[in-house]
Every structure is written in C-alpha cells, then in structure tokens.
Design a protein around this ligand. Sequence first.
Ligand code: FES
Ligand code: FES
Length: 208
Amino acid sequence: MNQDDDAGPNRWGVSRRNFLGGSLAAAAAVTPLTTGQVEAAGAASALTVDGVAQVTVRAAVNGAPVTLRVDPRATLLDTLRERLDLKGTKKGCDRGQCGACTVHIDGQRVLSCLTLAATTTGRKITTIEGLADGDRLHPMQQAFIDHDGLQCGFCTPGQIMSAVAMVDDEGGADSDDEIRERMSGNICRCSAYPRIVDSIRDAQQVMR
Ligand code: FES
Ligand code: FES
C-alpha cells in the first residue's frame, strides 16, 4: 500500500471537512423510498426489455423493503445508482479492482459491481446512505471526518463500508499493518492511506 500523502491537512483540511460533512449529512438526510414508491417503479417496468425477460427482486435496502424488476444482467451497483438513486456507492473500475463500490449484504462487504442485482432477493443491503443512525453518523464516518481521512472523497464511501464490515463482521485488525492488509482491496488514488488507517484505528476502538 502506498503510504505517500502529499497533501497536508492545512492545504485541504477545511474544504475536505466541509465536503465530507456535507456529503454525510446529505446521505443521512436521504429519505428512503417507500414500499409503494418502489413497487410502483417495479410495476412501471416492462416484463421484457429488448427481448430480455426481467426478473423480480425483493430485498431490503437500508431498512426499506424494495421490489424491482431488473434485467438479469444488471449489477447491484448500477441498480443502486440508476434505479434507486443511491449514488453514494461509487463506480470506479467496474471490474472488481478498486473497492469503490463496496456495500454490505447481510452485514458482509461485497463488491456491488461484481454482484448481480437478481441474486439479492431476501437479502439485506446496506449502502453508505444507510450507515448513519438518523442524524448521528456511524463512528467510522465520524472518524474519517475527525482524521481528514480523504482528499477527493471518491473512494471514501467504499473505504468506510469496507472498514465497518472488517470490524463488525470480521473481528477487526490488531495492528496498523493488519488494517492495511485487510483494507488492501480498497484503492485510494489520492494516497490518503495514512489518515485512512488513523481513521479506522480510532473508529475500531469505539466499535469494539
Ligand atoms: S467499481 Fe467495483 S471494484 Fe471498482
Ligand atoms: S480520497 Fe481521492 S481516491 Fe481516495
């Protein structure tokens, strides 16, 4: 993992804080779609599109029941972003190499770009928009703000979702080296790694 961190906190600190705080506040304020809304969206979908039979998916997304008809080839990433307007989950490489699209399925971290939406019936899906408890940020979100654990912020939702599952579902890490190893699937092109590790180390102490 690249440890370079070429932008000091004074260079970007205020704007990053404002950016992340604003993003996370917006995410916390997202109003979940009602069952009626999502069922209406599903009902409006054709049974076939371009000759491809659509499949019905029923899942819980950020605690809300969702029913959609989807193309059997549609990824969970595209479905979240394009059908449910949950754009906090980012599309980086779209081929399983960067971790930007990480979400939770039944509490486990998964790459939504490699997951077919059609396989998620009966599962509980959590995205970055569903991580906060009302207006109260998740400890991992708060730690990323406190430590300026980002620069451009593009990788940050994936970093946070991956780190939460690493601690909650997988027991966490006992050293900075282990944090780096277990987060190695989440790439940060800005090389904000030192502050990402600081954020995860501190959040883990709160979560454990
Ligand atoms: S967008 Fe899924 S791993 Fe990069
Ligand atoms: S903060 Fe820019 S890619 Fe990680």
